[in-house]
Every structure is written in structure tokens, then in C-alpha cells.
Write a protein that binds this ligand. Structure first.
Ligand SMILES: Cc1cc2nc3c(=O)[nH]c(=O)nc-3n(C[C@H](O)[C@H](O)[C@H](O)COP(=O)(O)OP(=O)(O)OC[C@H]3O[C@@H](n4cnc5c(N)ncnc54)[C@H](O)[C@@H]3O)c2cc1C
Length: 460
């Protein structure tokens, strides 16, 4: 049934949010003949995935971009949409480990700056991987040590288990790179859940064989755009949802200038944003408490564009790990064609919040200064500078995803996917596999679509 915007004719399902979770939900339901309306706050689809075209005509992923082994659902979706992927540059090249004002060059997966430091870090990762084995992905709060682990922060665990300052600094860098928060902001239980969900911390920090292995040709958002094209007028942009009201017969989803009625509704926005929507009747206590205790990480993604990837001439991969900020990690993000040269970095956690308060000129100065320290004087004169502060985005309010501080999983975690009447929940934060990643978002859409179809089958 065609739905005219502003009318209150019921559709089967209203989906809030046109990120990968919302688009997948809609796609799965439409495939089996259900009527769907997707309401999206922004004037575009893709959510935390955005491919931006620069003044020079270069397409850059300013949000999520990488996939890797085990991220099967996004890989399958991209293949179906005809979007090709290609490997991240530089696995067989030389990387830079910058610590104590020294630039140490190395090859292979693990930095070699100080062997004792990296031995301790590697041992810590192995211990954490073993601990994570006991965390059930669908119910982390039921793990045998859930209370003990959710009562401490990752920083507490590092203080108790790492002896070398260098090891603590490198471990903190790994945590910030994956979770976009500092270790003191992160529950140990959440750290373990998330790492296991993504096939282990080693997979999450790795490029070849890991979560940064491949990129999408033409940008990751092109996958979302093609799904949205197939959904056509079912996707309504520039329509922030303000209130969701449910009664015995259906659910009304309302914005400033629209109202749409459905049998069921799926909210695919992260918990912190879901908590900003008004619900009638009000959310149960546990669900609302969850949304109060699941803040987003802090990330500014920055890309510095050069005429050529000049570091390649020196055999460098473009990858840096550094103990000195704000640029503490870099990758070569040059397009598949090989030109122009692009270095990408992420200003994360506390640095992300601090630099969010600075001006673009100040951030640019700091970032280009770091690039010059790592790659030499040729890095000091970029052709373009592109940044995206995800904390400042009204409809994300941070990234990469929600990060549970101490206590959240054990006190409120059971509300994460539990439907409330006619309202169901999706989004990467609800995923059990690859939570926090694009793949997790796709999986959450597939899961909630199956959940809805079971419910609709019973009701129709
Ligand atoms: C800088 C950055 C780098 C990342 N890197 C990677 C990576 O390399 N690989 C990877 O797999 N993942 C990465 N991620 C994470 C990945 O992008 C997310 O996990 C994924 O896109 C989440 O999808 P989602 O559909 O669950 O949520 P979202 O993409 O957040 O979708 C939710 C949608 O809801 C909309 N919305 C919000 N509020 C409302 C409202 N009130 N009414 C209507 N609509 C609303 C939003 O605009 C958005 O479109 C990165 C993220 C960022 C920001």
C-alpha cells in the first residue's frame, strides 16, 4: 500500500533510521512482501557511514570504511549491490613505530620498538582473549565472572596486570583505536564482550587478516545508497523522529511535520539517541536506564591528501603507531587507482573531545605537524585536509559506537534487544557478532526482521 507522507494509514513496520541496520531491516521485510516506511533524520542514508566528495573530486570515507574476514553479512550485501572491495595498502611494506621520540621501522603485524613492551602487550591480549571465551555473546551479564569484570574498568585491569609503562601506553592505544574511549571509561566486561564479538582483540587491531583488511571501491556509503535506491519512496529523509506512541492496535511515529502509523516499529539508532525520543507510554525503567548508561565513543576522523602517496617511494606502508598525539595511528587511505595520496587518522577518546573544542585551523596544524614528524617535510604541505567530528553530529553524537562503562551490562544489559510492546530494537549496538561494526549493523537488521516476521505471522 502506498503511503502518502503525513497520512496515518498503517504500514506493517516503521523503521527509525536509514543506517545499515535500518536499511537491512527494511530490505528483508520488503523481500517477503511486507509494507515498510523508513524514517531518517538526516538528508542522506548510511548513518555512521558517509562517503564525502572533496573539492578536488576525491571520494573519501569520512565514517566507517573497512571490512575483514568474518564480516560476512556486509561483504555479501556489498557483493549483491555490485560494490567491489580492495585490500588496504601496505601489508608487505615497512611500518613506523614512534615511541620516546624515536622512529623505529618494522615489517609484519606487530611493532618491534621494545621487545619487552610488545611481549607484555601480546601476553595481555592472549590473556584477555582467553577470558573473553567465557562471555556469552547474547547475554554477557550471565558470564561466570560478569559481576567482577563489569565492576572494573579496563584501566584497572591494565594497572593490575601490566608492569611496563610502555606496555600500558601501547595497550591504551589499542583500546582507544578500537573503542574510541580511554581505558578508564570502559567496563572490562564490555571490552571482553566486544572483542569476542569481533573474533578477538587481535583481529580488531589487525589489518591483514583483521578488521582493517579491505576497503570498498568508491566508498562504503555506496552500498547503503544502492539498498536505499531499491527501497525507493519507502525511505523518507530529513524526518527526525521525536515521539513514538503505541496502543493496543498499532504504533504512531511522529516528527515535527509528519505522523505515520504501523503495526510495529523498529528503532535502529544507538541507545544514547534512542533515549532522546519521547515514548508514550514511557519506557520501562530498565530500558530507560540502559539508554542513560551507554554513551558513545569520541572520534574525529581526519584525512590528509597529498599529490602523490610519496611515502610509498620510500617503501613505507603509511602505517604509524605512536605514543605521541593527537595522531597516534595512521593508514594509507589512497584510492584504489593509486593517486592522490591519502593518510587517514583518528583522534579518539579524550583527545577527540579536547580537539572537538579546537578550531579547524588548530586541528589541522596539530595533525599536519604529526604527519611531518612521521613522514618528513613532504608531509607538511597537503593538497587537501578533510575532517569529520562525529561527536558534533546531531544524529550520531559520537562513534564508533556505544561504549558501556562499568556496571551497565550487569545492571541493564538484558534490555538491549528486549522488545517493548510494539517497539523492537536494532542497530550495531544490539548485535552479538561484530557489534560496533557495519557488519554488526547488517546482522542486527537481519535479526530484527526475523523477529518481526515471527510476530507478524502470529498477528495476521
Ligand atoms: C569515523 C568512523 C569510523 C568507523 N570505522 C568503521 C570501519 O572501518 N568498519 C566498520 O565496520 N565500522 C566502522 N565504524 C562503525 C560503523 O560505521 C557503525 O557500526 C555502523 O555504521 C552503524 O550502523 P547502524 O545502522 O547500527 O547505526 P547508524 O549508522 O548510526 O544509523 C542510525 C540512523 O538513524 C538516524 N537517526 C538518529 N536519530 C534519529 C531520529 N530521532 N529519527 C530518525 N532517524 C534518526 C541516523 O541519522 C542514522 O542514519 C566507524 C564509524 C565511524 C563514525
Amino acid at each position: 500500500m502506498a503511503l502518502t507522507w503525513g497520512e496515518t494509514d498503517a504500514v506493517d513496520v516503521i523503521v527509525v533510521g536509514a543506517g545499515f541496520a535500518g536499511l537491512t531491516t527494511a530490505r528483508e521485510l520488503v523481500k517477503v512482501g511486507r509494507s515498510v516506511t523508513v524514517v531518517e533524520a538526516r538528508d542522506r542514508v548510511g548513518g555512521r557511514v558517509l562517503s564525502h566528495t572533496t573539492a578536488g573530486g576525491l571520494v573519501l570515507d569520512v565514517g566507517g570504511q573497512w571490512t575483514g574476514p568474518g564480516q560476512d553479512r556486509i561483504i555479501a550485501l556489498a557483493e549483491e549491490m555490485g560494490v567491489e572491495s580492495f585490500p588496504t595498502y601496505g601489508g608487505d611494506k615497512t611500518h613506523i613505530d614512534y615511541a620516546n621520540d624515536q622512529r623505529v621501522l618494522y615489517k609484519g603485524a606487530l611493532p618491534e620498538g621494545d621487545p619487552a613492551v610488545y611481549a607484555e602487550v601480546f601476553q595481555a591480549i592472549m590473556t584477555l582473549t582467553q577470558m573473553s571465551e567465557e562471555v556469552p555473546l547474547d547475554a554477557p551479564w550471565t558470564a561466570p565472572h560478569a559481576r567482577e569484570w563489569d565492576a572494573q574498568t579496563m584501566q584497572g585491569w591494565m594497572d593490575a596486570n601490566l608492569t611496563l609503562e610502555g606496555a600500558k601506553s601501547r595497550m591504551a592505544l589499542a583500546i582507544e583505536a578500537v573503542y574510541a574511549v580511554e581505558p578508564h571509561d570502559l567496563s572490562l566486561l564490555h571490552m571482553l564482550f566486544y572483542a569476542k564479538s569481533g573474533n578477538g582483540l587481535l583481529t580488531l587491531v589487525s589489518t591483514e587478516g583483521g578488521a582493517q583488511q579491505d576497503r570498498f571501491d568508491g566508498g562504503a556509503q555506496s552500498v547503503a545508497i544502492r539498498v536505499a535506491e531499491q527501497l525507493g519512496e519507502r525511505v523518507r529523509l530529513s524526518s527526525p523522529v521525536r515521539r513514538i506512541t503505541q496502543d493496543a492496535n498499532g504504533v504512531d511515529v511522529e516528527g515535527d511535520d509528519f505522523s505515520v502509523r504501523g503495526w510495529r516499529c523498529v528503532v535502529t539508532v544507538p541507545p544514547a539517541l534512542a533515549g532522546r525520543i519521547e515514548y508514550r507510554p514511557a519506557m520501562p525503567a530498565l530500558r530507560d536506564q540502559l539508554t542513560q548508561r551507554a554513551p558513545m565513543g569520541s572520534v574525529i576522523k581526519v584525512q590528509v591528501v597529498y599529490e602523490t602517496p610519496f611515502w610509498r617511494e620510500e617503501g613505507l606502508s603509511g602505517r604509524v603507531v605512536s605514543d605521541t598525539g593527537p595522531v597516534r595511528i595512521t593508514f594509507d587511505n589512497t584510492p584504489r587507482a593509486g593517486s592522490p595520496g591519502v593518510l587517514v587518522t583518528f583522534i579518539e577518546g579524550g583527545d577527540g573531545r579536547r580537539y572537538s573544542c579546537a578550531s579547524t585551523a588548530e586541528r589541522r596544524l596539530a595533525v599536519v605537524g604529526c604527519m611531518t614528524r612521521y613522514f618528513g617535510p613532504r608531509a607538511s604541505e597537503p593538497a587537501e585536509y578533510v575532517e569529520r567530528d562525529w561527536c558534533a553530529e546531531e544524529y550520531s553524537r559520537g562513534c564508533y559506537g556505544a561504549v558501556f562503562p562499568a556496571g551497565t551490562w550487569v545492571s541493564c544489559g538484558s534490555a538491549i534487544r528486549e522488545p517493548v510492546g510494539r517497539i523492537h530494537w536494532a542497530g550495531t549496538e544490539t548485535a552479538t557478532v561484530n557489534a560496533g561494526y557495519i557488519d554488526g549493523a547488517v546482522r542486527s537488521g537481519e535479526r530484527v526482521a526475523a523477529e518481526l516476521l515471527a510476530t507478524l505471522a502470529n498477528n495476521s
